[in-house]
Ligand binder design. Structure first.
Ligand code: ZN
Ligand code: ZN
Length: 278
């Protein structure tokens, strides 16, 4: 069984505070396990807490980064297993035609951003570059591909047995297809999310907000609902909540976007601490 736990689903910047307690303030971090293999999707601020609660029996950890924006990487240096000599950590992330992933990770692990260098860690993490790939980690079969977002950015489709989970936290789904939402083969991310059991997908804006932020890399809630419909997903959890929106504002945007819609799948706002079992 695939167990998915959300350690952070806020977008762009951590947003702690009592008005945000229900959906949580930590940025992107999702743990996926089958009891043997530990995958961590993104290393936002949520990974710090995950590092304190991770099963101590796990000696090999795979961190899969969708991209290098700070909200998806800011927690890396605070992940305690990196400092445990008996744990091997792998970083998987998007390749770029400009700079190798190792050098891009070294920028984070260096002054003035961070005092500890990658080479100072007791176990040097193993680095794996990804683009359009199919690969396995333990029993998990994973497909990665680029999606519409500034800079090289991946989405992941994770399969265990017959169950599938797609993770596309940062995605401007409307860009790239003039006929969205009707042309699946021209829609960014379609192959990742096609008929999955569960999709976590970017969706923080109202339509008027999106129109003010064209090209910023994110999606309106309504576009996310259309994308999930196009992909015939079974369950959607909307991810990457705007840091300026309180719990009440998130719910009101969601309710407005759902008005008059008769969707054939379950949908909710993703929440820090939520668990899904596939
Ligand atoms: Zn982000
Ligand atoms: Zn981003």
């Amino acid at each position: 069984m695939m167990k998915i736990r959300v350690w952070g689903c806020r977008g762009s910047l951590p947003a702690p505070g009592p008005e945000n307690n229900y959906y949580g303030g930590n940025t992107s971090c999702v743990e996926v396990t089958d009891g043997e293999t530990c995958l961590i999707l993104d290393a936002g601020s949520g990974i710090q807490r995950l590092g304190r609660f991770i099963d101590p029996k796990i000696k090999e950890i795979h961190i899969l980064l969708t991209h290098l924006h700070i909200d998806h990487t800011m927690g890396m240096g605070f992940f305690l297993p990196l400092y445990n000599p008996s744990v091997k950590v792998h970083f998987w992330g998007p390749s770029s035609s400009v700079t190798p992933l190792l050098l891009r990770l070294r920028r984070y692990f260096s002054p003035p951003f961070f005092p500890v260098r990658l080479a100072d860690l007791p176990n040097h993490p193993e680095i794996h570059e990804l683009a359009f790939n199919d690969f396995s980690i333990g029993e998990f079969q994973i497909h990665s591909e680029y999606v519409c977002h500034p800079g090289p950015t991946l989405g992941f489709r994770v399969r265990l047995g017959k169950k599938t989970f797609a993770y596309i936290p940062d995605h401007e789904v409307r860009l790239g297809s003039t006929h969205f939402p009707t042309n699946p083969e021209w829609t960014s991310g379609f192959e990742l999310a096609n008929k999955v059991d569960l999709l976590f997908h970017d969706g923080g804006y109202t339509v008027p907000e999106y129109e003010q932020k064209l090209g910023w890399g994110h999606s309106a809630v309504e576009d996310t609902l259309d994308f999930a419909t196009l992909c015939q997903v079974k369950h959607l959890a909307i991810f990457h909540h705007e840091p300026n929106n309180t719990d009440a504002q998130l719910e009101s945007i969601f309710a407005d976007s759902m008005k008059g819609k008769d969707l054939g799948f379950e949908v909710e706002l993703c929440r820090e601490g939520a668990e899904y079992f596939l």
